[in-house]
Structure formats: structure tokens, C-alpha cells
Design a protein around this ligand. Structure first.
Ligand code: KG4
Ligand code: ZN
Length: 318
């Protein structure tokens, strides 16, 4: 079964073609990061207009790269939520028009399920499975007992992890998105600053406290005329955030007796999160997977894979 996926929920215009949920025939991502960098974050109006400018070219390239005739495509899957509405609409309209023109069925996919299914490209799922979805807009712990069965155990009550990274990065003078830059600096520093860790009851998260603590610390150091050791601050921030994420994930993995933990979303590219979660999962004796870096951030391959499983789940249940 050949699925064409479309993703335009934020600042990436992406189209991909995937066979049987695993074989990537084409994977085209046009990133707008350079355009939004100067504003310190994604500007919704600018993002929608840029998607309009790029969507046809990206569609054409995905078809050319896969060397496929549209009549051989069985399903179109497009991100319909969550995301910036103006951006989403560009992808939805393009996907619906393509599907209508070629007589193909078109289905809507939730972006977060896409991040989870990005893991399936390189490894099969073993249930029950626990997914830690960490991106610029979301932080969620999701339990899956079978394919396409999602129970949200907890989520952030304020900032998403990626958002906290980007905001801390901004005050440290790093350009948007700052996650990967802080990750790199963290490895050049030491954990010398004490920052608060927020452990809420159950599986919800909160990252606004640690973000404010970094801002307050910077202001205090500046007022006292003391040096800010940026690398050490990056390391202290990263260690603290990763510790909470790993501790909560392992707690849930034990409670629900899961066989597989996956990390998904842009922050799944974080080197400390990957290495600390690997150690903790090994200790627990549970399989751990995370996607290759290119499938951590937004792409359309993950939407095609998620669409493939959604189609079969609905098909089998109806
Ligand atoms: O999944 P994604 O591409 O977009 C959303 O759906 O939000 O995630 C983007 C987020 C940004 O906040 C970025 O700073 C963060 O992922 N990110 C990282 C790393 N690479 C990307 N955060 C921490 N460490 C990284 N290595
Ligand atoms: Zn995303």
C-alpha cells in the first residue's frame, strides 16, 4: 500500500511517499527556519504564506523523487491538527485537491500520532508501549496497548519542553530554534547551577518554573556584575529537564508494565535525553527506541506512516 503524506502544521512544508508503512520512496522537507529566525519564533501569517509559495514545488519533487505515477498511490494522509490553522489549511487544501483529482481517498492525521509513528520507520512496536512526545508545542506521555490506541497519561500544564529550550535560548542570546544549540553548549559545560525540578503528582509536567529560574538567575548575576557561565548554565538546565523527563517516563513504564518505550518529537533529538533514557530503560530491561535525527523534527514520512495505520485500524474495526 502506497501512502502520500502531507505536513504543514508549523514551519516545515513537507510531502513524502511511503510504501507499507516502512519503505520511504521520497521524503521532501522545505524548512522555513531561516525566515523565522530573525523574529525569535514562528510568525503564523508568514508561515502560511510561505507554505502557499512552496507546497506545489514540494509535491512535485516528492512525486519525481519516488518516480511514481499518482494513479499508483492508494491513500493521501494529511496533518489536520494540532498546529497553526493558516498553515494547516494550506496542506489540507493541497492534499484534498490532489486526492480528488486522482480519485484517491484522503484522511486527516493528528500531528502527535505522526511523531509517535516516526519510530515505526526504523523499528517495530512492541505493546504495551509508552511514548514520550516532546516537541516545540507538546510534552505528553502516551500509553498504547495496540496500534492506533492512544491514552494520554499526562501532559505539560504550561510550557512544552522545546518551548522552554527556545525561551531559555533566547535569553542566552541564541537564535531560534535553540534546542540543538543548548544541547551542544551543555556538553561543553558542567552542572554547577542549582535549578528547581518540578515533579507533579501523576504524569503531568511543568517547565515554566525552571525557565523562570534561569531568567531570574541571569538577572541576579547581571545585577551583581558577575560572569554568566553560559555552558554551565546550558548543562545545568539540560540535566534538570532531562532528569524529570526520564524519571517520570520510567515511573509510568513501571506502573503500566510496558515492553517498549519510545521518545518522539523534536526534543527526541536531544543527546542527553537519548543517553539517559537508554541507561534507565536498560536498567529496567525495557526496549527503547527513538527516531533518526531527521525523523525527530517535522516531516511528512511520519504522517504517511501514521495514516497507513489509521487506515487499517478503521478498516478492521468497521
Ligand atoms: O517536533 P518539532 O520539529 O516541532 C513541533 O512539532 O513543535 O520540534 C521542534 C522543537 C524546537 O523547540 C527545538 O528547539 C527542539 O524541538 N529541538 C531540541 C533539539 N533539537 C530540536 N531540543 C533539545 N535538544 C535538541 N537537540
Ligand atoms: Zn512536530
Amino acid at each position: 500500500m502506497i501512502v502520500l503524506g502531507v505536513e504543514t502544521s508549523c514551519d516545515e512544508t513537507a510531502v513524502a511517499i511511503v510504501e507499507d508503512g516502512k519503505k520511504v520512496l521520497s521524503d521532501v522537507v522545505y524548512s522555513q527556519i531561516k525566515i523565522h529566525e530573525k523574529y525569535g519564533g514562528v510568525v503564523p501569517e508568514v508561515a502560511s504564506r510561505r507554505h502557499i509559495k512552496k507546497i506545489i514545488t514540494v509535491f512535485e519533487k516528492a512525486l519525481t523523487d519516488a518516480n511514481i505515477d499518482p494513479k499508483n498511490i492508494d491513500l493521501v494522509a494529511v496533518t489536520t491538527k494540532p498546529g497553526l490553522i493558516g498553515s494547516l489549511l494550506v496542506g489540507i487544501n493541497a492534499a484534498e485537491a490532489f486526492a480528488l483529482a486522482h480519485g484517491i481517498k484522503c484522511i486527516g492525521v493528528n500531528h502527535l500520532t505522526g511523531h509517535i509513528y516516526a519510530n515505526y520507520i526504523e523499528s517495530d512496536f512492541t505493546f504495551p508501549l509508552l511514548a514520550l512526545v516532546v516537541s516545540g508545542g507538546h510534552t505528553e506521555l502516551i500509553l498504547m496497548k495496540k496500534h492506533y490506541d492512544f491514552t494520554v497519561l499526562g501532559q505539560t500544564l504550561d510550557d512544552a519542553v522545546g518551548e522552554a529550550y527556545d525561551k531559555v535560548g533566547r535569553v542566552l542570546g541564541l537564535s531560534y530554534p535553540a534546542g540543538a544549540k543548548i544541547d551542544k553548549l551543555a556538553h561543553e559545560g558542567k552542572h554547577t547551577y542549582k535549578l528547581p525540578l518540578t515533579y507533579l503528582d501523576g504524569y503531568n509536567f511543568s517547565f515554566s518554573g525552571i525557565k523562570s529560574a534561569v531568567l531570574n538567575l541571569l538577572n541576579t548575576l547581571k545585577m551583581k556584575g558577575e560572569e554568566v557561565r553560559v555552558n554551565d548554565l546550558a548543562c545545568s538546565f539540560q540535566n534538570s529537564v532531562v532528569k524529570v523527563l526520564v524519571d517520570k517516563t520510567i515511573e509510568a513504564a513501571k506502573e503500566y508494565d510496558v515492553k517498549h518505550i519510545i521518545i518522539a518529537g523534536g526534543v527526541a533529538a536531544n543527546s542527553s535525553l537519548r543517553s539517559e533514557m537508554t541507561k534507565a530503560a536498560e536498567k529496567l530491561g525495557v526496549k527503547l527506541t527513538y527516531p533518526s535525527i531527521k525523523y525527530c523534527t517535522d516531516n511528512a514520512v511520519m504522517i504517511a506512516v501514521s495514516g497507513y495505520f489509521q487506515f487499517f485500524t478503521n478498516f478492521n474495526e468497521n
